[in-house]
Design a protein around this ligand. Structure first.
Ligand SMILES: NC(=O)c1ccc[n+]([C@@H]2O[C@H](COP(=O)([O-])OP(=O)(O)OC[C@H]3O[C@@H](n4cnc5c(N)ncnc54)[C@H](O)[C@@H]3O)[C@@H](O)[C@H]2O)c1
Length: 381
C-alpha cells in the first residue's frame, strides 16, 4: 500500500518527489521530509534509484500528438524536458495544459523551430542526456499532399538527429511505423518479417520507404559509430490530442459521429487494424529508453485487439450516441487512383514484452470513450 501511495506521488509529479531544487526551497524541514520519503521508498523498492535519476530529455516533434504525451510523462517523472517543434502538424494547444503547470516550473523548455535549424539542434542535443526523435511528416494523406517535403523531413531530418546524437554520444530513440511492413496479409507482423511495397509511382509507399530508410540509417549508426539507438515501430496509436485533420481514423470518425455527419469508410471496410492508447505507448517508449539491452534493436509497439474499420465505425456511432450513417468511399476517391491499403496490421509484441515487459493496458472501448470526450471538449459539444 505504502509503495502504491509513493508511486502515485511520483507519477503525478508531486513536488515531494519532483526535483532537488524543490527540497532546497522548502528549507531544512522540507529537506528532512524528502530524505525520509526517499529512504522509505528505497527500503521498500531498492531499484527505485535506477528509475529515479532525473534526465534531460529532448523530444523532437514534442508539440505533436505522441510527443506531447511523452513530454508530459517525462515531466511527471521529474525529468527536465526540452522540445522542438515547427508546428507543421503539431500545435501549442497540445502542450498548453502542462506548460503553465506549477509542478513543472523551470523544467519544461519549448523551442518553436525546425530540426533543420543546425545551431538550435546543436545546442539542444548538447545539453540533453537522451533524445526521442518523434518529428516527422505523418499520415498517408499528408504525405500524398506534400510528397517531396515529407521525404526530406523523414530522411534528412532523421539523419540530422542521428548525426548530432553520434557527435555528442547521446542515446536516441527513433519513432518508426508499422507502415514499414508494407502490404502483408498475414498476422501478426514480427520484426524479422520481410517487407513488401508497391512501385515507386504509388506515392503512399514513400512514407513506408522513408521510415524504413530511417531504420537502416539508425542501425548503421549503431554498427559503425556505436551510437546507442533504438528503433520503435509504432502501430496505430490513438488518444486525446490526436487530430483527424490528416486522416487518422478514430478522431475522424469521432468528429463525424458527434456532428451527425456520415462516417466515411474507405474501401469495403473489411481492412483491419489494432489501436493502442497513447499513454501505453509512451510507457513503452520510456521503458525502451531506460533499458540497457535495447540499443541496436527494432521493436514493435502496438495493441492486439484486431477490428475491421467497418466494425470500428459502428462502435463509434454507438459509443457517441450518434444518428450518423456509414458511407463507403472508394480508395481512388479518398486518396488517389490505384491507391493500395494494407489489409491487416496486427503487431507481434513478444519481443518488446520480453525486453521491457510491455503489454497494452487500455482496451478499445475505454480508448473510444476518452477520444470521444476529447473531441466533444475541443468542439464545445
Ligand atoms: N500516431 C500514430 O499512430 C503513429 C504510428 C506510427 C508511427 N508514428 C510516428 O510517431 C511520431 C509522432 O507521430 P504523431 O502521431 O505524434 O504525429 P504528429 O504529427 O502529431 O507529430 C509529429 C510532430 O513533428 C513536428 N514536426 C514535423 N516536422 C518537423 C520539423 N522539421 N521540425 C520540428 N518539428 C517537426 C510536427 O509539427 C508534429 O508536432 C512520428 O515519427 C510518426 O511517424 C505515429
Amino acid at each position: 500500500m505504502m509503495i502504491l501511495i509513493l508511486e502515485k506521488m511520483i507519477e503525478e509529479g508531486n513536488p515531494a518527489f519532483s526535483c532537488s531544487w524543490e527540497s532546497a526551497r522548502l528549507g531544512k524541514a522540507g529537506f528532512l521530509a524528502h530524505s525520509r520519503l526517499f529512504v522509505l521508498y528505497t527500503v521498500l523498492k531498492p531499484n527505485f534509484w535506477l528509475r529515479s535519476i532525473h534526465m534531460k530529455v529532448l523530444i523532437t516533434g514534442g508539440a505533436g500528438f505522441i510527443g506531447s504525451h511523452l513530454a508530459e510523462a517525462c515531466l511527471k517523472r521529474g525529468d527536465e524536458v526540452y522540445i522542438i517543434d515547427d508546428l507543421s502538424t503539431g500545435s501549442e494547444n497540445n502542450i498548453n495544459s502542462f506548460r503553465e503547470d506549477e509542478r513543472f516550473r523551470g523544467r519544461f523548455f519549448v523551442t518553436i523551430g525546425s530540426i533543420f535549424d543546425h545551431e538550435t539542434m546543436l545546442e539542444l542535443t548538447g545539453i540533453s542526456d537522451v533524445v526521442f526523435h518523434m518529428a516527422a511528416a505523418v499520415g498517408v494523406r499528408y504525405i500524398l499532399k506534400n510528397p517531396l517535403e515529407s521525404i526530406r523531413i523523414n530522411i534528412q531530418g532523421t539523419e540530422k538527429v542521428l548525426e548530432l546524437c553520434a557527435k555528442f554520444k547521446k542515446k536516441v530513440l527513433i519513432a518508426s511505423s508499422s507502415e514499414v511492413y508494407g502490404k502483408h496479409l498475414h498476422a501478426p507482423l514480427v520484426e524479422t518479417d520481410n517487407i513488401i511495397y508497391g512501385p515507386s509511382d504509388k506515392f503512399r509507399w514513400s512514407y513506408a520507404a522513408s521510415k524504413l530508410m530511417d531504420e537502416f540509417t539508425a542501425l548503421a549508426y549503431f554498427r559503425t559509430k556505436g551510437l546507442k539507438v533504438i528503433v520503435a515501430r509504432l502501430f496505430n496509436t490513438v488518444g486525446p490530442r490526436q487530430t483527424g485533420a490528416y486522416g487518422m481514423v478514430i478522431p475522424r470518425f469521432a468528429e463525424q459521429a458527434l456532428t451527425h455527419e456520415p462516417l466515411t469508410v474507405y474501401g469495403d471496410g473489411n481492412q483491419t487494424r489494432t489501436f493502442t492508447y497513447v499513454k501505453d505507448v509512451v510507457k513503452a517508449l520510456i521503458a525502451l529508453m531506460e533499458n540497457e539491452e535495447t540499443p541496436g534493436e527494432v521493436f514493435n509497439i502496438g495493441g492486439t485487439e484486431e477490428i475491421t474499420i467497418l466494425e470500428l465505425a459502428q462502435k463509434i456511432i454507438r459509443a457517441s450516441g450518434s444518428a450518423s450513417a456509414i458511407e463507403r468511399i472508394p480508395y481512388s476517391e479518398a486518396f488517389e487512383k490505384d491507391f493500395e491499403d494494407m489489409q491487416r496490421r496486427v503487431p507481434g509484441i513478444e519481443k518488446i514484452k520480453t525486453a521491457v515487459g510491455f503489454e497494452p493496458e487500455t482496451d478499445l472501448d475505454t480508448i473510444l470513450e476518452r477520444v470521444i470526450a476529447d473531441v466533444k471538449k475541443k468542439k464545445g459539444l
